[in-house]
Design a protein around this ligand. Sequence first.
Ligand code: APR
Ligand code: ZN
Ligand code: ZN
Length: 361
Amino acid sequence: MTHQVRAVVARGKGAPVSLETIVVPDPGPGEALVKIEACGVCHTDLHYREGGINDDFPFLLGHEAAGVVESVGEGVTDVAPGDFVILNWRAVCGQCRACLRGRPWYCFSTHNAKQKMTLTDGTELSPALGIGAFAEKTLVAAGQCTKVDRTASAAAAGLLGCGVMAGIGAAINTGNVGRGDSVAVIGCGGVGAAAIAGSNLAGAAKVIAVDIDDRKLETARKLGATHTVNSRDADAVEAIRELTGGFGADVVIEAVGRPETYQQAFYARDLAGTVVLVGVPTPEMKLELPLLDVFGRGGALKSSWYGDCLPSRDFPMLIDLYLQGRLDLDAFVTETIALDEVEKAFERMHHGDVLRSVVVL
Ligand code: APR
Ligand code: ZN
Ligand code: ZN
């Protein structure tokens, strides 16, 4: 059997997205069919539409989603129909060299659905990050579904599926932020704001938010930043050093993805401190640093891919903290929109006045 549902499709490079009817097959072995309840709009969806990821148009966009499992294919035991799940793009294989070494959060061979979703004329769709959740229903590998507490709001929960998890994970997993640490976060969009929330969860004593937009700094404060720096008016490195006794922060998280902000992060950390790059650069960007400084300052320069998260470990834990009132995921939901408003949400992204627009179905 197949299902015909409405979905947001990017048909060609730079062209506005369109609402289309797509065909979703019943789940085969190892797959799950998920009825989507909410899906956040992420920069990566826009990058797909602009042809910045690859040329496999048409794309089925959307990948920060939560919903309910409708049916599962043969051999699926981890999730069952009726489960409330967050979709992830790290369904670990258990067999690659990372998994075998007990480091599944680096899995090099993650799973997606084997069957293709199509347009009604049979054209195969490429789902964004192997998910494709700006749709009433989508087909994924069962391992892409992580069951969490049903009482969580779907709009808030879905955000853990990508950007918010990337930010929280950059702090708690990659950066290893601990009790009493000083942390600086450069760039306080959805990802950076989540890094601030994550640093707080981890017990950081000082959390310095840096952005060029005062609106973002205000949200950063709500999420637990103890200090804010507008780096249009002030030198970010000097300001962070001043706020940390002249030394720099133990962990600096770069959530912009540009050479100049990376350089700030590099020099704004204390000796033997850690830099975490979670912002995503573009292919033409280059970084130049005195190698002697890289050596002499010691410490660790790390990058954080999806917050080095393990969905089965991190999603249920973070949803529990959310339901206990210790992690304000609702603060990331700036607006809820309908399926046919994704294009408008892309436009709003450029104005910088949203952390996340979330499609609610
Ligand atoms: N210095 C400080 N902050 C900056 C600078 C700068 N030079 N340039 C931009 N910013 C701020 C913006 O004002 C904004 O608040 O960085 C933030 C970026 O946030 P968003 O555009 O909302 O992006 P976000 O979803 O947080 O993602 C951040 O991670 O996933 C990647 O592609 C994404 O590279 C992007 C990054
Ligand atoms: Zn693996
Ligand atoms: Zn994303």
